[in-house]
Design a protein around this ligand. Structure first.
Ligand code: IPD
Ligand code: CA
Ligand code: CA
Length: 254
């Protein structure tokens, strides 16, 4: 594959520096609403502009799809980018937000990186070559008992005013587990599954740019990516990631 993971990391870290400049000045952050419950800030726009400029300059053969600027013409092979995943958290000065960059070539996810600048954690994976956090190989957890597990979820569905708003599913599963978390960055949620910090994660109504990089991380770390019916693959509207061991216990509850 014709990419340099070092060059890509350098570009993403430059984007992280730009994000942190805004992060240290959130009191003056320009925030607008894309919809009633969906924010975008000047940081999202600036970070995406930097990533789009530098990635397409370095790799003109690939198109670009960013959450804030949409898709360029060439979508056969493309960068899939969420410049700030967890914008609401970012706007509050919280730590848990990330920059998500994936590369899809001829419909196959080949590379993914999720960078959490406020935590200085850089997750990356290349297809078939494993998943890494700050250069160290990571693997999903070995937790095989639902009653002892920690699960994470999100509520994008509430923003979409869906009838299935995940609240009953969350209540059903939460009562059967030891730990429950809602971190606020789906890209990071998936990295935590890959890193064994969380045993499973699910969320509805996401977009491919929220999950592409994190999903490759889970797969390369030995986890499962399915929909709520257990069909293997990446389904942004029904993201379900597990360490594999808990899939049979969780599937009937989804
Ligand atoms: C959001 C985060 C959050 C998820 C939302 C997403 P954004 O991304 O991933 O965890 O629950 O549904 O929209 O909007 O901050 O890029
Ligand atoms: Ca997002
Ligand atoms: Ca975003």
């Amino acid at each position: 594959m014709t990419i340099s993971t070092g060059t890509i990391e350098s570009i993403i870290r430059q984007a992280g520096e730009l994000a942190m400049q805004h992060y240290h000045n959130v009191a003056n952050l320009e925030i607008t609403k894309k919809s009633a419950r969906d924010l975008v800030t000047e940081a999202d726009v600036a970070v995406e502009a930097l990533l789009k400029e530098k990635l397409t300059q370095e790799y003109p053969q690939f198109g670009f799809w960013g959450e804030e600027t949409g898709q360029t013409d060439n979508q056969d092979s493309r960068w899939i980018v969420d410049p700030i995943d967890g914008t609401h958290s970012f706007s509050k000065g919280q730590y848990f937000w990330s920059i998500s960059v994936a590369l899809e070539i001829d419909g196959q996810l080949e590379f993914g990186a999720v960078f959490a600048p406020a935590l200085d954690d850089y997750y990356c994976a290349e297809k078939g070559k494993g998943a890494f956090k700050n250069g160290t190989a990571i693997h999903v957890s070995k937790e095989d008992d639902l009653g002892s597990s920690m699960i994470a979820t999100g509520f994008a569905c509430l923003r979409s005013y869906l009838e299935d708003n995940n609240l009953e599913r969350f209540a059903r599963i939460a009562q059967l587990t030891t730990g429950q978390r809602r971190f606020g960055s789906a890209a990071m949620d998936l990295c935590l599954v890959a890193d064994g910090q969380v045993d499973a994660f699910w969320e509805q109504e996401l977009n491919l740019y929220d999950v592409a990089a994190g999903a490759l991380m889970v797969q390369e770390a030995g986890g499962t990516m399915t929909n709520f019916k257990g069909e293997q693959g990446i389904f942004p509207k029904q993201v379900f990631a597990t360490n594999g061991l808990l899939l049979p216990q969780l599937l009937p509850l989804m």
